[in-house]
Design a protein around this ligand. Sequence first.
Ligand SMILES: [Zn+2]
Length: 64
Amino acid sequence: MADKKKDAKKSEGPIKKHTTSNRQKNYESGKAKNRFCPKCGPGVMLADHKDRLYCGKCHYMEKK
Ligand SMILES: [Zn+2]
């Protein structure tokens, strides 16, 4: 029997904006999950790939 326990709590409170909650999640975890682009500056996050970070704005790439 595969009984997976899922902690999927549905908060049925006021609807929050997706963008804001996403950003807050990164800050709440203590360390910013994604790093900011050194070229574009803070505000532009690097996309987290398997073994590298990538900036979709200026195409900056950083190896992990
Ligand atoms: Zn950039």
